[in-house]
Ligand binder design. Sequence first.
Ligand code: SAM
Length: 468
Amino acid sequence: MNLINQTNNIDFINQDYIERLLESNREVSEDKVREIIRKAELLQGLSHEEAAALIQVNEGQLLKEIYAAAGRIKQKIYGNRVVMFAPLYISNYCVNNCTYCGYKNSNNFERRKLNKKEIESEVKYLEAMGHKRIALELGEDPKNTPIEYVLEAIETIYNTKSEKGAIRRVNVNLAATSSEDYRLLKEANIGTYILFQETYHRHTYQKVHANSLKGEFNFHLNAFDRAMDAGIDDVGGGVLFGLYDFRFEVLGLILHNEHLEERFNVGFHTVSVPRLKKAEGMSLEHFDYLITDDDFKKIVSVLRLTLPFTGIILSTRESPEIREEVINYGISQISSGSQTGVGGYSEHNDKKSVPQFEGSDNRSPMDVIRSLLKQGFLPSYCTACYRSNRTGDRFMRLAKSGQIANVCQPNALMTLMEFLLDYGDAELIDLGKKTIFDAVAKIERKDIREITLRSLERIQNGDRDLYL
Ligand code: SAM
């Protein structure tokens, strides 16, 4: 692998520049903050200077106005929809020693990678929970889990179908790799290529990834450039909040997004906002930048105002209460029923594998759906855009045109109906149908309303996998 050619193009993250941005936007007036909020409500996004001002707001009333605006933007673009997914961990072999991670090499436990049969078994468990979209997860170990292993796993997942279920979209969270590997992943039909920068602060990055293959900051930072040059057009960024100052990190994410927009005409398809959690072999006390719930709400809201059309993903690292609150401020995708240990879905409680970190929402997917419905949200199992080639800038153009709701809303309703009939109990079916038909009645375009009603009828008569 030619490291020289693969590590250029990192000037978009300049530490001095981010620090100056934060300094010069530290004490902007209330009037200016309100002007920025009004601009965000036009759904054209914000500049990084404007985001720098919002992320430093601490005054209670202004914060409430930021949350409320984020809620309105979320409503306008996503309505009540929340896309559902689950992670699938296939290997905990790892050559890295990331200080924060339960899979770090210095943790002494028996490592494991799933074989084809075991992957099939895990997929069947996920399908039995109703999942259609997964995020494939593994540690980094070129010897034990080379790209061929990952490609085979993806093929196995797509080919494993149950009576009622199939995984229709495999997003992949794989360590930064070569252009050639990205080409192979593209050929394997992955959904989004996800990679968390962990931290945009170079010194912190090097400190937490000492003695690690992952320690090469530049190679990690321009991984999306290589992935997109290789033809992957949906990429998902993220920061592990708790490693460094969250204000710096949010600007890092936004500048990274601007860089991708400039180079590829499309920025992040999604961003993830994981918060550092307790894990095997690490203690949270050793991390100086842990964030509070209020910081977390501000992060989600400012990202929603700045990147209105980028999906924001939340995992079961967060508690049910926080999850349900921040959905209101801009989260558009959540996981449910997650296991973060290898083989975690198939194994029984007496023999638990080491999790990568501890989760905080242990409810079953069914309970999560019930709770979402009761609060008026619309859980969606839709994977249609990716299967209709609405990816990359094609997706963004449609989203920005305002027409996306005419596609997403019917698809969400159809996939929810499928889920209810295939997996729900009588109470859930009643609750879900009410949500579905109330939402159909609110679809403004008559033709779309009628197509949706006809499709719902067909699903109730046994058809499956319908989408626009
Ligand atoms: N090995 C790949 C890589 O290096 O990018 C995949 C990453 S791992 C399976 C998924 C993510 O979990 C990491 O990128 C990290 O942000 C997050 N993670 C690791 N330890 C964590 C912890 N203690 N708490 C919360 N999230 C953690």
